[in-house]
Write a protein that binds this ligand. Structure first.
Ligand code: GTP
Ligand code: MG
Length: 213
């Protein structure tokens, strides 16, 4: 899949023009512990996968730039911790978000139930304009599947969520997921960053852009 912004050349003038606008968008990942939130972000931002990914403490912050429909979007991604003891911190991250990815593990009905409870929480307390995406992760483990794709699809469609099955391990649908979010984001000017306590063990240095110029 092509992820870059196109540049076009005028016929009479040789210089290239980038037909892009630049937007900055906060994004939050929510979901049960071990569903694969950090792994999805790591795959998207660094193209890596760790078999023994450490459980997140508090939240981690990463950035990635993506081009979609002639717009350059810098995603500022809050990867939250799935452990219950961090639940109360979540509103700090989702309140200012333009998009939320709710992740569950297709091998676990309880993780799907947890995803549904995040959806309910966001519907009640979240931003009305929030783009919500449901990701059924670990699609490479389909032989151990507990959550049927059709079941998740039906739930997503009833609740107006975009849905995809992903694999952080094989990279299946990872870029596609973020690209779909980029396309769904309103074309309005960027929303201001929301204040909040930053609990991060990762650098705020922007990751290398995936955009082509
Ligand atoms: P918390 O930070 O505790 O909330 O967990 P998390 O949702 O961030 O999960 P994490 O990314 O730490 O992944 C948990 C485990 O699942 C790790 O051992 C990962 O290697 C593994 N994992 C993540 N994504 C996939 C995937 O797509 N396929 C497979 N087979 N394993 C995965
Ligand atoms: Mg994590």
């Amino acid at each position: 899949m092509r992820v870059g912004c196109r540049s076009t050349k005028s016929r009479s003038v040789k210089s290239a023009y980038l037909l892009t606008s630049f937007l900055r968008r906060d994004q939050v990942l929510l979901g049960d512990m071990g569903a694969g939130k950090s792994s999805l972000v790591l795959r998207f931002v660094k193209g890596q996968f760790h078999e023994h990914q450490e459980s997140t403490i508090g939240a981690a912050f990463l950035t990635q730039t993506l081009c979609a429909e002639s717009r350059t979007i810098k995603f500022e991604i809050w990867d939250t911790a799935g452990q219950e003891r961090y639940h109360s911190l979540a509103p700090m991250y989702y309140r200012g978000a333009a998009a939320a990815i709710i992740v569950y593990d297709i091998q676990s009905q309880s993780s799907f139930a947890r995803a549904k409870s995040w959806v309910r929480e966001l519907q009640k307390q979240g931003n009305a304009a929030l783009v919500m995406v449901l990701a059924g992760n670990k699609s490479d483990m389909a032989e151990n599947r507990e959550v049927e794709r059709e079941e998740a699809e039906a739930y997503a469609s009833e609740n107006g969520l975009f849905f995809m099955e992903t694999s952080a391990k094989t990279a299946e649908n990872v870029t596609e997921l973020f690209h779909a979010i980029a396309v769904k984001l309103p074309k309005a000017p960027e929303t201001p960053n929301q204040p909040g306590v930053v609990l991060t063990n990762q650098s705020r240095t922007p990751a290398k852009s995936q955009c082509c110029a």
